[in-house]
Design a protein. Sequence first.
Length: 60
Amino acid sequence: MSSELEWFKSSYSSNEGGQCVEVAEATSAVLVRDSKDKSGPHLTFSPAAWEAFVEFAQSV
């Protein structure tokens, strides 16, 4: 499934290594993975849970 998705690198990620994430939107889920381990595992969130997380992260 993840090979069919269009992944976007976080705008907060740099090209210097470190903690980088990529996000992909599926029909009923938002997937998050480590940009340095594209074949590794990913986390899956409901769109509502992802929206709540993003809103919280932007508020701190």
